[in-house]
Design a binder for this molecule. Structure first.
Ligand code: SF4
Length: 333
């Protein structure tokens, strides 16, 4: 299939183009691709070169995204492109995001049809960076909506506001990776800027979309109590009922520091709770239930029990606590 023309770009002198989809605003000369490796200048026009080409097609638990307050216990068909617009030196999925990896083609309609099965809630655009897979995500999400399926993006939030507003019209839930509150960390370790990331997360939090946030805690890089507190407070000031996941780092790509100690993650959990966040979880780690379960914010009843990706919906009635009827901040109708 011929790749379609991309959206969000402008022509420049000598056949070059300026991509305006994400804050990098790459200038791309004919025959070359932008930083994300998904968009190519073909004879003076920007083309969505990775349209429909996915590195994986897996039926995953929704919890694995991670989304803990969005249809608990369901599965979701998960796809992602072979590229990313950030270059995190610690990327936990670098083989697919930073290196060439095999892909297969699936059309938007085919994807939606495959997701339309019992027990599957819809489609998750995930694994690498779906926001810069923009044209395909828009088309596939619309195909999902036509079948009343849910749509999810797991993302680094590195996009320009205008295209992001278009995505808000077709995506039901986001998990955003907020890597640090230190601008130098974003610049030096990720090859991006912090401010645009905060802008997009804030935009999503002010929309009807469901939002959860993940922070990968890396020893000696972003795990100081001050930075963790700043991150938790930033979220709490906007919406203290936003679920926050602290995820355990393992050595990968250009980083060889040892994995995050469990004690650091437990400290992060405590800091975030003290900052006022209602729902804080620890991921990639075998932990006590209080770090993984969801409890009712009013009466304390255990609503959802989790062990690894095993999920038991214990006392949830739709989106409310089955014991006292309080709103438990779920999307589950
Ligand atoms: S979306 Fe890709 S090509 Fe466009 S500006 Fe961002 S990194 Fe560059």
């Amino acid at each position: 299939m011929e790749a379609p023309k991309a959206r969000y770009w402008e022509p420049e002198a000598d056949g070059a183009v300026r991509c305006t989809l994400c804050p990098h605003r790459c200038r791309i000369v004919p025959g070359k691709r932008g930083t994300c490796r998904l968009r190519e200048n073909v004879s003076g026009e920007l083309v969505a070169a990775a349209y429909g080409r996915t590195i994986a097609l897996n039926l995953d638990p929704v919890e694995k995204k991670p989304l803990y307050h969005f249809y608990p216990g369901w599965t979701i068909l998960s796809v992602g492109p072979n590229g990313c617009n950030l270059g995190c030196r610690f990327c936990q999925n670098y083989a697919s995001s930073q290196l060439e990896a095999p892909t297969s083609h699936v059309s938007p309609e085919e994807l939606a049809r495959m997701a339309d099965r019992p027990g599957c809630r819809g489609v998750a655009f995930t694994y690498t960076e779906p926001l810069v897979w923009f044209e395909y995500v828009m088309d596939a999400a619309r195909a999902c909506k036509a079948r009343c399926l849910s749509t999810v993006c797991v993302s680094n939030a590195y996009l320009e506001p205008e295209p992001f507003d278009e995505l808000l019209g077709v995506i039901d839930a986001f998990n955003f990776d907020l890597k640090s509150m230190d601008p130098a960390f974003y610049r030096e370790q990720c090859g991006g800027e912090l401010e645009p990331v905060l802008g997009i997360i804030e935009r999503a939090m002010g929309s009807p979309a469901h939002v959860e946030v993940t922070n990968l805690v890396i020893p000696g890089q972003n795990d100081s109590p001050e930075l963790l507190q700043k991150l938790a407070r930033w979220i709490a000031e906007r919406n203290p009922r936003t679920p926050l996941h602290f995820s355990r780092y393992h050595p990968a790509w250009k980083f060889n520091a040892p994995p995050t100690p469990e004690s650091t993650l437990q400290r992060a959990w405590k800091i975030a709770k003290e900052a006022g966040l209602q729902y804080v979880y620890l991921g990639n780690v075998s932990v006590e239930s209080r770090y993984a379960d969801t409890c009712c914010p009013k009466c304390g009843a255990v609503l959802v029990r989790r062990s690894g990706y095993r999920v038991e919906v214990a006392a949830l009635s739709g989106e409310r606590c089955a014991a006292c009827g309080a709103d438990a901040d779920f999307v589950n109708l």
